[in-house]
Design a protein around this ligand. Structure first.
Ligand SMILES: *[C@@H]1O[C@H](CO)[C@@H](O)[C@H](O)[C@H]1NC(C)=O
Ligand SMILES: *[C@@H]1O[C@H](CO)[C@@H](O)[C@H](O)[C@H]1NC(C)=O
Ligand SMILES: *[C@@H]1O[C@H](CO)[C@@H](O)[C@H](O)[C@H]1NC(C)=O
Ligand SMILES: *[C@@H]1O[C@H](CO)[C@@H](O)[C@H](O)[C@H]1NC(C)=O
Ligand SMILES: *[C@@H]1O[C@H](CO)[C@@H](O)[C@H](O)[C@H]1NC(C)=O
Length: 406
């Protein structure tokens, strides 16, 4: 490691640490545009300064007119598109090399070298890239095609991820959506707002931080209090309750994403001293069990809510397909992150361009936890129509929004 890199690392950590310690600086860090109270949801959109101009960029294949009115996203770093740029946290992807293969070749807050799955799906739906809740200007005009509330580090459990700093928990994200819904009602009337929301797609990708930053860290002795089975039950029933809350706000079309095989992530290969890059089975077993439970929960919920359409997409299955057929997909680096430090580049997070490989296109992992945009493209194709492998139950997103339905 070069001296320069060490210095950067030190400055980065020092800057982050002091911003976390001194609230005043933290607010200045966020440009005084947000007020944050950890126990409520007073975070509101910034003024227009941050409006991002690439929303008009068109990807192919894109239908000529939108297939649904809007696309709303709730979740964690798997789908954060800039929320955390406004928060005081270690979990930020707003500096190079993040975004280097994105359309603008600039960091946006996405935890990848390029696009994240919801970017690919927005274009499949015929919609522009969805702005983050804190990055848009708060007008109905700016939210009417959808909003992304996802925040890196967030979990289903409120305190998951708290050691990283600020994040918008899942429950807070739902409250932010409730605010958006209120604005729609005020601006277009209750019937039109309800019509818009019930025809729009909601994408939920949350839960991995309840393992990474809570269960696996044994926070508050949780591993003694909850066996994996009952912890999984607890998470699944919390998520079910939140989906019911969305349902009472007229949400009818929901994609629930399962969790990825985080036991294969470079960070855990490093931490659990994987010898030849073999995945950490005890972690993957937990995740697989959670996904099974979720799939079952979604199936039951579908039966209970006859006018709702809820699908479950198993990230674990989709990711394992990529690992086993990696050569077919063009990945020859399956264990090492493109960007990071230490064995498998899994020890220290990606914070500087010098830590990154020159071309990420043959890598599965971009950083110690997140995949490259090539992987995100494959996963998005699978969510859309099972192009490479079936991932969604009982149907794909394309079938879910098809006019005839089921
Ligand atoms: C934060 O900004 C305010 C007003 O812009 C300024 O008075 C204050 O000194 C700043 N605080 C820090 C710690 O930078
Ligand atoms: C908010 O954003 C919309 C669409 O991006 C733009 O047309 C509008 O002028 C903006 N409004 C304000 C007040 O900045
Ligand atoms: C979890 O932490 C508690 C102490 O806080 C400890 O007694 C227990 O052995 C730990 N459990 C595991 C599985 O490491
Ligand atoms: C992967 O393939 C590239 C060329 O396509 C090659 O330069 C690189 O050394 C390979 N890496 C591994 C780990 O096999
Ligand atoms: C990375 O490598 C791929 C395949 O070898 C190539 O198509 C692509 O242009 C390269 N990207 C960059 C940024 O060099």
């Amino acid at each position: 490691m070069s001296i320069d890199l060490l210095l950067r690392l030190f400055c980065f950590l020092a800057a982050q640490a002091s911003s976390l310690a001194v609230p005043q600086e933290l607010y200045n860090f966020s440009q005084n545009l947000i007020t944050f109270d950890d126990t409520s949801t007073t975070i509101s959109p910034s003024s227009s300064d941050f409006h991002i101009s690439w929303t008009s960029r068109v990807f192919s294949p894109q239908p000529s007119s939108p297939l649904v009115p809007a696309f709303f996203i709730l979740g964690d770093s798997s789908v954060d598109c800039g929320t955390n740029n406004y928060l005081g946290t270690f979990a930020r992807a707003d500096r190079p090399p993040y975004g280097r293969d994105f359309d603008t070749h600039k960091p946006t807050g996405r935890f990848s070298n390029g696009r994240i799955p919801v970017d690919f799906l927005a274009s499949r739906l015929g919609l522009p890239l969805v702005p983050s809740y804190l990055g848009q200007n708060g007008t109905v005009e700016d939210m009417i095609r959808g909003v992304n509330y996802a925040s890196a580090g967030a979990g289903i459990i409120f305190s998951s991820g708290s050691e990283m700093g600020q994040r918008i928990s899942f429950t807070q994200q739902i409250q932010q959506f409730a605010d958006t819904f209120q604005s729609f009602i005020l601006s277009m009337g209750e019937d039109a707002a309800t019509e818009l929301i019930s025809n729009s797609v909601f994408y939920l990708s949350i839960g991995i931080n309840d393992y990474i930053h809570y269960y696996l860290l044994n926070v508050s002795d949780v591993q003694n209090l909850y066996l994996p089975w009952s912890f999984n039950q607890f998470l699944a029933s919390s998520l079910r309750q939140e989906i019911m809350n969305l349902y009472t706000m007229s949400v009818r079309k929901v994609v629930v994403m399962g969790l990825p095989p985080i036991g294969c992530a470079p960070h855990y290969l490093w931490k659990y001293k994987s010898q030849k890059g073999e995945c950490i089975e005890e972690i993957n077993d937990l995740i697989m069990e959670f996904n099974l439970l979720m799939r079952h929960m979604v199936k039951k919920l579908e039966q209970e809510l006859p006018d709702g359409k809820i699908i479950f997409c198993d990230m674990y299955e989709g990711s394992m397909d990529i690992f086993t057929k990696h050569e077919f997909y063009g990945f020859n680096v399956t264990t090492d992150a493109c960007c990071g430090l230490g064995k498998y580049n899994g020890w220290i997070m990606c914070i500087s361009p010098q830590m990154a490989c020159s071309n990420a296109s043959n890598h599965i992992w971009w950083d110690q936890y997140h995949p490259t945009d090539q992987v995100n493209a494959i996963l998005a194709d699978n969510v859309w129509n099972g192009l490479h492998t079936k991932m969604c139950y009982p149907m794909s997103l394309e079938d879910m929004i098809a006019p005839k339905g089921r």
